[in-house]
Design a protein around this ligand. Structure first.
Ligand SMILES: Nc1ncnc2c1ncn2[C@@H]1O[C@H](COP(=O)(O)OP(=O)(O)OP(=O)(O)O)[C@@H](O)[C@H]1O
Ligand SMILES: [Mg+2]
Length: 181
């Protein structure tokens, strides 16, 4: 059985966390790993139902996701978290509970995020209709020392996926595939 770990995506809304989480999950499953994706949006509909977007509630949400990731990771699963997780301190707290943790910072310029506006939330936030929206009216604290930074403004999702797999291999989280894409 291969060793489990947590792959933690952090970044602002629309940066590409869910997109990359699902792409890498598919690839890792195809390579024979056991994988679970914990997506912030989905977690907020059950495990964290009722929590809001205050700092306290956001931190609670992240602690819960981190707790479940650790349970999975120590049982040989690759646990993939895709949640904005805007606060550095609680991300580092989750990291400290793990034996193996890979933080992938999905970086994207605000201009590009507003242009994408996948969920139509930036328009509302910029118009002042949404209070406490990360990156507009609420803080986002980028990681100081992530295992990988992905620049989703300037790469396609497939390019980002390739870089991520390379980095996971180079750092020994997964074994190298014989054939290089
Ligand atoms: N390099 C890239 N990596 C990931 N997504 C990309 C990239 N380039 C463009 N995109 C596009 O950006 C969008 C990212 O949306 P996605 O739902 O994955 O964001 P998210 O970070 O999960 O946001 P949220 O926090 O709101 O759930 C998608 O439409 C995706 O196709
Ligand atoms: Mg998402």
């Amino acid at each position: 059985m291969s060793k489990g770990f947590t792959l933690w995506f952090t970044g602002m809304s629309g940066a590409g966390k869910s997109t990359l989480a699902n792409l890498v999950a598919e690839e890792l499953r195809a390579r024979g790993h056991r994988v679970e994706v914990l997506d912030g949006d989905e977690i907020r509909t059950h495990l964290s139902k009722g929590l809001g977007f205050s700092k306290e509630d956001r931190d609670t949400n992240i602690r819960r996701i981190g707790y479940v990731c650790n349970l999975l990771a120590r049982n040989g699963v690759i646990a993939i978290a895709a949640a904005i997780s805007p606060y550095r301190e609680v991300r580092d707290e989750v990291r400290s509970q793990h034996e193996r943790f890979f933080e992938a910072y999905v970086e994207c310029s605000l201009d590009k995020l507003v242009e994408r506006d996948v969920k139509g939330l930036y328009k509302k936030a910029l118009a002042g209709e949404l209070k406490g929206f990360t990156g507009v009216s609420d803080p986002y604290e980028p990681p100081l020392n992530p295992e990988l930074t992905i620049s989703s403004s300037s790469e396609t999702a497939q390019e980002s996926l390739a870089k991520l797999l390379d980095s996971l291999e180079a750092r020994g989280y997964i074994s190298r595939q014989g054939v290089k894409r």
